[in-house]
Design a binder for this molecule. Structure first.
Ligand code: GAL
Length: 417
């Protein structure tokens, strides 16, 4: 058991004298799931920023893409009365913790720095709960991307596919050439990530909203949904035999080293290409999943500040402030593959994929084509999301056909609500 009593008392005296928020005197403990090469490189940008301000960082990484394992560890810590200072969180999970009264109030920092004016409305709905800022948005990712190995495509005469038919033709060409068409990691959250894009392409934006946000049973059980499952079966037929359980970044590595042609994955995949020294347009290509060129299914990583028994600490305030600073938003997101969580950050330092991501996000927000990702907790609460995961994964693994999958989906969602 560590004792911070002395340092806490000293820090308190100092901060009271300086008229700033109470300090807890022991820096920040940050729970997150950024453990792949590209993710760790991005996280370092934040660590170094804070350490430069004299705030020490205790790292609490919990491996597991999408954060499911991290959320399990978090629940155990909170139940034990030992919540970490700051925790990576997504969408409805943040709202849930806020409603449980577990999060600190960041309104003073937010007001001093004008977050209301610069954080997009789509993010504020998950960062500000009942008028209280409870988390600091780091980025905006989106899930409806495809990543491709450029020389593999060139060698096989494949242009960027614009339609589902182009895409399936490309898959056939690659399979005939002995290349694994699609790099995939068989984990439920990865299958759901692929499904985000596939369902958007068959249901269209109104259908996506009706199915995943409004949970309309007619749309969940529709022919268009069955078509989405049929397309998932085509994708399943184009992955290698070792896909089961593979981590997402190992699937990305297959595209990086030319073992596979494509990966359907959120733009955190770009962090892996960059970390491997690759350049967009030269070594790899990024494009929106065919049929979703005008849509963006987004998820935003945020750091929730857990209430440590009093007002927000000066270290938590420093972390929140560092996260929202325009220079950090640029430096971090350039490395991470995401785009800034503020609307006023220049795209000058971003590569071609990043600039497209920034432009796509703005255009989708403007045209009503921006949707919270079902797969990453931005369309519905965890119980519903997990019910959808179960059906998508069972179908992907051949437990039932598409007809049964839509029936199971309707049922599972009904039970989860
Ligand atoms: C997402 C998260 C990303 C990335 C990805 C894979 O949920 O938003 O930042 O970490 O999981 O781990």
């Amino acid at each position: 058991m560590r004792s911070y009593m002395k340092t806490t008392a000293m820090a308190l005296a100092l901060t009271v004298a300086a008229g700033v928020a109470k300090a807890d005197g022991h820096g920040v403990e940050v729970l997150h799931w950024w453990t792949s090469g590209g993710e760790a490189a991005a996280l370092n940008v934040l660590k170094e920023d804070l350490e430069g301000q004299g705030v020490s960082w205790t790292d609490m990484p919990v491996a597991g893409g999408g954060g499911e394992q991290a959320m399990t560890v978090l629940r155990a810590r909170v139940t034990a009365g030992n919540a970490p200072t700051a925790v990576q969180g997504l969408g409805f999970d943040i709202i849930d913790w806020a409603n449980q009264g577990a999060l600190a109030n960041l309104n003073d920092v937010a007001a001093a720095e004008g977050w209301d004016d610069v954080v997009p409305a789509a993010l504020q709905q998950f960062a500000k709960v009942n008028g209280v800022w409870v988390s600091a948005p780091v980025n905006v990712h989106s899930t409806n991307w495809v990543w491709a190995n450029k020389s593999v495509l060139d060698a096989n005469g494949i242009a960027v596919p614009e339609t589902w038919e182009d895409f399936t033709a490309a898959l056939e060409t690659l399979a005939a050439a002995g290349v694994t068409p699609i790099a995939h990691g068989g984990q439920p959250w990865q299958e759901a990530t692929v499904f985000d894009a596939v369902a958007m392409s068959t249901l269209g934006p109104d259908g996506y909203q009706a199915a995943f946000v409004d949970l309309d049973p007619e749309v969940l059980g529709s022919d268009a949904m069955r078509e989405a499952f049929d397309r998932m079966a085509v994708i399943r037929a184009n992955v290698d035999e070792n896909f089961s359980g593979r981590d997402w970044n190992l699937a990305t590595a297959m595209v990086i080293n030319g073992e596979a042609g494509f990966q359907m994955m959120g733009d955190w995949a770009k962090g892996e290409f960059l970390n491997a020294g690759q350049t967009p347009g030269e070594d790899f290509l990024c494009f929106r999943f065919p049929g979703t060129q005008d849509q963006v299914t987004f998820n935003a990583d945020q750091f929730m500040m857990f209430d440590q028994g009093g007002s927000v600490s000066s270290e938590q305030a420093a972390l929140a402030s560092a996260i929202l600073s325009p220079s950090f938003q640029s430096a971090f997101n350039v490395v991470k593959g995401s785009v800034p969580a503020r609307t006023d950050v220049s795209d000058a330092d971003f590569d071609a994929c990043g600039r497209q991501g920034i432009a796509d996000l703005a255009a989708a927000a403007e045209s009503g084509n921006l949707f919270g990702s079902m797969a990453h907790g931005h369309a519905n609460e965890a119980a519903v999301k997990n019910a959808m995961y179960d059906v998508i994964t069972a179908h992907f693994n051949g437990e039932y056909d598409s007809e049964t999958a839509v029936e199971e989906l309707v049922l599972a969602v009904e039970i989860a609500q």
